[in-house]
Design a binder for this molecule. Structure first.
Ligand code: OAD
Length: 246
């Protein structure tokens, strides 16, 4: 892997535009469960259709709210890991850098990343279930779930659920960054959930060098320019090691 790492380091140093897509794997070493890892993934223990859809919330608002409260607690206790820190440092060293994430845990921003595009929202945001607007605690009537003080609808977490559209502005920005990137890093994602899963392929089709960082193979692996097989917290800092990088 050392030869490949050196090649990737040089590509990152020379690149004028870098885009990154991250998934749950980048937060695994912060103690936050992924979704599809066989034994430890959330979807191995819970059914997404029971917890991560508007229909599930309408049918069982308390159950869904309490599940997200449990996940919020995990996220609040978690700390950014060396992989998050390495991406924040890479951004500081790059002329143009966009970090597109499917994660809702906010750890990239807490690690210092600045240009973060949250495709699936943020688990710490509260939104009115009827109007969709972001709420502050002052806008809410306490309860499980709380209620919107304006319209009385239940309060939901500000994440994208299955069957829902992604935030249009975030998705448009992510597509533009993928298509204009010179180097595209796809890190810690199973590359199966659309439309995020198409971003690395859009980058490839636009002529970018695509680098995958993942301990396991994914649908992207066969087409990626480079595959760095390993954990993000171990591999990403090694992309910054040498003084050859700006
Ligand atoms: P998944 O759980 O589907 O995939 C996690 C990926 O991370 C797998 O490919 C693992 O091999 C890899 N992985 C595990 N540990 C890692 C580590 N230490 N370093 C690097 N990679 C590691 O999670 P996502 O691909 O993020 O959707 O899932 C995409 C979406 O599906 C999520 O955003 C969520 C989920 O349902 C919504 O919430 C809408």
């Amino acid at each position: 892997m050392d030869g490949t790492l050196e090649q990737v380091r040089r590509l990152l140093k020379a690149a004028r535009r870098i885009a990154v897509l991250t998934g749950a794997g980048v937060s695994a070493e912060s103690g936050i469960p992924t979704f599809r890892d066989a034994m430890t993934g959330l979807w191995a223990q819970f059914r997404p259709e029971d917890l991560a859809t508007p229909e599930a919330f309408a049918a069982n608002p308390r159950v869904v709210w309490e599940w997200y409260a449990w996940r919020r607690e995990l996220v609040a206790k978690a700390k950014p890991n060396a992989g998050h820190a390495a991406l924040a440092e890479l951004e500081r060293r790059s002329p143009h850098f966009a970090l597109i994430t499917q994660n809702v845990d906010g750890l990239h921003a807490r690690a210092g990343s600045r240009n973060v595009i949250e495709l699936h929202g943020n688990i710490m945001d509260d939104r009115c279930f009827a109007e969709g607007c972001v709420l502050t605690p002052g806008d809410e009537i306490p309860g499980t779930p709380p209620r919107c003080a304006r319209c009385g609808a239940p309060v939901r977490p500000g994440v994208v659920w299955f069957g829902e559209m992604l935030p249009a502005t975030a998705l448009a920005a992510a597509c533009a960054e993928a298509q204009r990137s010179e180097v595209f890093l796809s890190i810690g994602t199973s590359t199966v959930v659309e439309p995020a899963a198409s971003l690395p392929f859009a980058a490839l089709d636009a002529g970018a060098v695509v680098i995958e960082v993942n301990p396991a193979r994914t649908p992207l692996s066969a087409r990626a320019t480079f595959v760095l097989a390993g954990a993000a917290a171990e591999v990403l800092p090694r992309l910054l090691d040498h003084e050859t990088i700006r």
